[in-house]
Design a protein around this ligand. Structure first.
Ligand code: SF4
Length: 337
């Protein structure tokens, strides 16, 4: 059995679309997540990056069991999350917690910090009220706050402090995996750096794993051990963060990182010319989904969809350039199957 904490295997999430929303009145579906596989090790941060609408937040919802997948499996410590019921499901919810982007909207304004952070303990443990309060004080100190902050309401804190409270809530019951969905995106740059440092320290101290979802490439690359780059519902490149950010192989990854701020002083990479807008998820391009925008597109790119395959022991890429000169590896268009 794999030693991974979380394994995602062939995950799909399709949303049916009503007739009247489609031109021509035909039925259709949005393939928000389409055959995505990756795993997260214990104490590891896996970053998911891509433009808005690429499917990364849908993956967060599936991992958190907010929505069921259309197909595929999510395994937590080898157990299929979709089959969990009763106590096993409660244990999963305790082990897998989320921190969302908006520290203003994710904390109830009517509850004191003690009750916000302690709620997970009251649901998932048999602790007494005093024990819950003691644990809340402990976990507040863990995230750099003071025990007396437990008496205050969320509006009495800054954005960075509120996100620390959200992290404290996620960790109060010893979660094993935090889903961090754009968790620092709304913070000022200096506060963001402090929260990132806190997340790194907590991981070293507690051995917690992170699924970090973001569009800010510099942050994702800095915080993650490995990253997965998503485009229109599929992973197009997966690898060690340092390799993917400094020597991206997929043309979309190259464009993403070239157009981002330099990851180190003196980085003079030229932006790659990527034309056009992201196509509609309702009418996906044939072949490689990136081909209408790819500066390297070849004839076969619009006919055969490339599959994710290893380019080294630590990297997988889905691009025909990786197989140029050898047999094309990919999926035939649906009509040709
Ligand atoms: Fe570009 Fe073709 Fe590679 Fe797709 S498969 S990224 S279109 S070169």
């Amino acid at each position: 059995m794999s030693d991974a904490l979380l394994q995602i295997e062939g995950l799909q999430k399709y949303y049916p679309v009503r007739k009247e929303r489609l031109f021509g009145g035909s039925r259709g579906q949005v393939r928000a997540v389409d055959d995505v596989s990756f795993e997260i090790g214990r104490g590891e941060t896996f970053g998911l990056v891509g433009e808005s609408g690429c499917g990364k937040t849908t993956i967060a919802k599936l991992v958190l069991r907010i929505e069921p997948p259309t197909a595929g499996r999510i395994l937590f410590e080898g157990l299929d999350v979709a089959t969990l019921r009763g106590k096993a499901l409660l244990a999963y919810r305790r082990n897998v917690q989320a921190v969302f982007q908006d520290p203003y909207g994710s904390l109830s304004p009517r509850l004191r910090v003690r009750d916000i952070v302690g709620e997970v303990l009251e649901i998932h443990t048999s602790m007494t009220r005093q024990q819950v309060t003691t644990r809340v004080h402990e976990v507040l100190e863990l995230v750099g706050m003071r025990p007396e902050h437990a008496r205050l309401f969320p509006h009495e804190f800054s954005g960075g402090q509120r996100q620390r409270i959200a992290i404290a809530r996620a960790l109060a019951a010893d979660a094993r995996l935090l889903v961090l969905d754009e968790a620092v995106s709304a913070l000022d740059v200096s506060i963001r750096a402090q929260v990132i440092t806190l997340l790194e320290e907590l991981q070293r101290e507690l051995g917690v794993s992170y699924l970090y979802i973001g569009h800010d490439l510099a942050t994702v690359a800095h915080l993650s051990h490995r990253v997965g780059v998503m485009y229109l519902g599929r992973l197009c490149e997966v690898g060690e963060s340092i390799e993917v950010s400094t020597a991206p192989q997929h043309p979309y990854t190259q464009a993403l990182f070239a157009s981002a701020l330099p990851t180190k002083p003196g980085d003079q990479r030229e932006p790659l010319a990527v034309v056009g807008e992201v196509p509609s998820a309702l009418q996906l391009p044939t072949g490689c989904r990136f081909h209408p925008r790819c500066p390297h597109a070849m004839d076969r790119c619009s006919a055969v969809e490339p599959v994710l395959q290893p380019t080294s022991t630590s990297r997988r890429v889905s691009c025909h350039l990786m197989t140029a000169g050898s047999e094309v590896v990919g999926r035939e268009p649906a009509a040709a199957r």
